[in-house]
Design a protein around this ligand. Sequence first.
Ligand code: BV8
Ligand code: ZN
Length: 247
Amino acid sequence: MDEKLLTQARDILGKAERVAVFSGAGLSAESGIATFRGQEPDALWSRFDPMQLASVEGFASDPATVIDWYNWRRGKLAQAQPNAAHRAMAGHPGLMHLTQNVDDLLERAGVPESNVLHLHGSIGKDRCHAACGIEEDISLEKPEPLRQCKGCGAYMRPAVVWFGETLPQYIWGQTQAVCIGVDCLLLVGTSASVYPAITLVDLARSQGCRVIVVNIEASKTKQTDIELIGPAGEILPRLLEGFSLKT
Ligand code: BV8
Ligand code: ZN
């Protein structure tokens, strides 16, 4: 890691009044959770495209395969532990988290639930695909196969936001409010390629917010203030050490 950049980033954090974290699949990578675009080869699923499986069309064309894929991911998550990046951020309970991730590793690391806004929903729940209102917690260890909603007979599916589905309005409103109010945004482990979530970074920047990237690769598009290149589990504990951050 570039020590000079780390010092500059810590300098920005030291001056910040309100800090939030916008995270993606790279935050959970060191917990063994596969990212979307850097899928580690897994014999069972490597021939499937996650972008296809995490979509309305994917579920319509082959609902059983989509449910099996989510149940495979749920099994991985059941065995996963929060990593050093989750734990470093949990040490700052004032931080607000806008996460694209559907896992609960931030909460398991000790981040208060009220401080985690899941832009793309949660893999720990199922909901009725016809949105009749039925929603059920599921067991990550023993999830159910494809089944029907007890309320209306439509299929039950993970309570996540698929490609082609809109984000829940109440979450979207809350995340926009956070982005208008912060003066430093940490962009952790995201390829910044999914809309409309990634427009939140532009919204924050348009309010004069500084943006610090933590990623194993340099970002392609976003104008950012500082890019700390390396694994989040290594960078975040050093970046956040000694601060008492609030939102
Ligand atoms: C919507 C939940 C409208 C499910 C997810 C063309 C242009 C613009 C937009 C579109 C377009 N075509 C289609 C769209 C819309 C589409 C979209 O954005 N497509 C993209 C691909 C172009 N968006 C939608 O469909 C959204 N809805 O637009 O609705 C609408 C309006 C009216 C009516 C109907 C609809 C809904 C999008 C939500 C999709 N759901 N997840 C699930 O998880 O199963 S998105 C999915 O991708 C995950 O949430 C994931 O988190 C997210 C983003 O990816 P990343 O998190 O960034 O992960 P990725 O693998 O890409 O990158 C990992 C990064 O980590 C990398 O940078 C890597 O370098 C880094 N990394 C790896 N290891 C580490 C690390 N960094 C640090 N440390 C490490 N150790
Ligand atoms: Zn129903």
